[in-house]
Design a protein around this ligand. Structure first.
Ligand code: HPA
Length: 271
């Protein structure tokens, strides 16, 4: 039995119904899981083969239950490559979600704005990403039953779910941006010169997560919606240093809009 199947079996023993939608909640955005009804919270450390989360602002549990009438599994806190986890560990929860029967995932993160028309506090729908991790979570032997050796990434972020999110934003009067997310390893923030380069590459926002999970989700045939909370302007754009505190403060400020937005997306998510 694979590790993901063992983890899945353990999780299914704790819940009545298998979740259909996976939620990966980024820095400061884990509050959404607090609104899940009839929640079963399973600490990562209890799940076979699950890594354990270390960064502040990340809780480290799966929460399974009903949100806006939909069966969801939320990761409250994720695993980052910069914490020293292997790519296989960073993306393990996606494999487990797939094994649980999840078909769609919504991935969220805090990111620095590269596009100068963005402002801290904006939400950005991710239309595509640039993998700048210098590695790929699918390197190694391919398990054919999990997905193809050379998975297509031409629609890594579902156009249909992006369209859905845009309509929801309109209906709620929430301003959203749309753009390309660049995934860097971190943990240092970028230099001003790196940010200039990323802008030339076509990046609109930069962060230290999401790309590995989305690659594995595509490999597994999951449909992906990605949302960045622009927590700060990337280095060199404003004449001020970046701090993790600023990132956490901004996500705290947009929390209400983020929650309203996510809930309505989930309530009306097309199957
Ligand atoms: N750079 C990289 N990762 C980030 C940033 C940033 O400016 N803000 C939040 N996560």
């Amino acid at each position: 039995m694979t590790n993901a199947v063992e983890a899945k079996d353990y999780i299914l023993k704790q819940v009545d119904q298998a979740p259909k939608i996976g939620l990966i909640l980024g820095s400061g955005l884990g509050v959404l899981a607090e609104d899940i009804e009839n929640p079963i919270a399973i600490p990562y450390q209890d799940i076979p083969h699950f890594p354990v989360s270390t960064v502040s602002g990340h809780k480290g549990q799966l929460v399974i239950g009903t949100l806006e009438g939909q069966l969801v599994v939320a990761m409250q806190g994720r695993f980052h490559f910069y914490e020293g986890y292997q790519m296989e560990q960073v993306t393990f929860p996606i494999r487990v979600m797939k094994a649980l029967g999840v078909e769609q995932i919504i991935v969220t993160n805090a990111a620095g704005g590269i596009n100068e028309s963005f402002k801290p506090g904006h939400l950005m729908l991710i239309e595509d990403h640039i993998n700048n991790f210098g590695t790929n979570p699918l390197i190694g032997k391919n398990e054919e039953e999990l997905g193809p050796r050379f998975p297509d990434m031409s629609e890594a972020y579902s156009k249909r779910l992006l369209q859905h999110a845009k309509q929801v934003a309109d209906s709620l009067n929430i301003q959203v941006q749309q753009g390309v997310y660049v995934g860097n390893t971190g943990p240092s923030y970028e230099t001003g010169s790196e940010v200039k380069m990323l802008r030339k590459w076509g990046g609109d926002a930069v962060g230290m997560s999401t790309v590995p999970e989305v690659i594995v989700a595509n490999h597994a045939g999951l449909e992906v919606l990605g949302i960045s909370c622009i927590s700060n302007m990337a280095a060199g754009i404003l004449d001020q240093p970046l701090t993790h505190e600023e990132v956490m403060e901004t996500t705290e400020q947009v929390k209400e809009d983020f929650l309203r937005f996510m809930k309505e997306i989930i309530r009306t998510l097309p199957v």
